[in-house]
Ligand binder design. Structure first.
Ligand SMILES: [Zn+2]
Length: 268
């Protein structure tokens, strides 16, 4: 019963293969199979690790998560697309970028979006000591709280690289870790150059990002996109296409609340 996980692994591997020279997520390290895949379970939510792997497959809903921001060039366009389409997303923000643009995080929250912890400096958490992992999570938490008064409860390790000890540490700090099931290659770079708007291949790349979302849509999937130029250009049409296909976009917390074994209490 591990087919969904296997499928995700194959898709991630395929994305790595189709990248032209290297793939990055705001950094320049090659994609490796996420450590998370070694956790053998097909449960949507694993209480002992506070790990959300996917949503309720009986519901035609997908969670939209947006990593690596806030970036002042693209976040405003992304936020406008969310407002225009009347949906909310979960932004996993990087603490050092929050310090640069706290006003964007305030706008995310003012618009009704959710904000989660993507560490202070975006290291691979499985490559540093557990004490340093704690610093990364706590520093990001403090930064967002100081800037906005908001207490984050959701964690996405950069590159989705984690160990069971990291999940348990996150849980002890009050966090639920959120996986991802639909990756779309919006962070693909060519050499040292990201796909910027002035690149001749940019429109085709935007179309590919959109296509990658639509072809993978399924009940309870968690989509990950990034605060980057192709995402900003594609998001409005992605959201319209998701609605046309009959899916509702929810935040990660809403997805968690809709699970049968949800730790979130709903109603009185
Ligand atoms: Zn990231």
């Amino acid at each position: 019963m591990h087919i969904p996980l296997l499928t995700t692994s194959i898709k991630l591997a395929a994305l790595a293969l189709i990248s032209i020279s290297s793939v990055a997520c705001s950094h320049r390290t090659p994609v490796k199979p996420p450590k998370s895949k070694s956790i053998v379970s097909n449960e949507a939510y694993i209480p002992s690790l506070a790990l959300l792997r996917r949503g309720n497959q009986e519901l035609k809903e997908v969670a939209l998560t947006i990593d690596d921001g806030p970036h002042d060039k693209w976040a405003p366009t992304i936020l406008k697309a969310l407002r225009d389409n009347h949906v909310h997303a979960t932004f996993f923000v990087v603490g050092k970028k929050v310090k640069e643009h706290p006003e964007l995080v305030k706008q995310m929250l003012a618009d009704g979006n959710e904000v989660g912890n993507h560490s202070m400096n975006h290291p691979r958490l499985d490559s540093i000591s557990l004490a340093k992992v704690k610093d990364e999570i706590v520093e990001c938490h403090k930064t967002v709280f100081q800037e906005t008064g908001y207490r984050m409860k959701l964690l996405r390790p950069p590159g989705l690289r984690y160990t069971e000890d990291i999940l348990k540490l996150g849980k002890s700090l009050g966090y639920t870790t959120v996986e991802e099931n639909i990756a779309v290659g919006d962070f693909i770079v060519v050499g040292d150059h990201t796909w910027y708007e002035n690149n001749p291949g940019f429109p085709a790349h935007v179309a590919k990002v959109r296509f990658n979302v639509f072809k993978q849509l399924k009940n309870g999937a968690i989509i990950v996109i990034h605060d980057m130029p192709a995402t900003a250009a594609a998001l409005d049409s992605i959201l319209k296409g998701i609605a046309e296909r009959g899916y509702k976009v929810v935040t990660a917390s809403e997805m968690l609340a809709h699970l049968k074994n949800s730790p979130v209490k709903v109603g009185p």
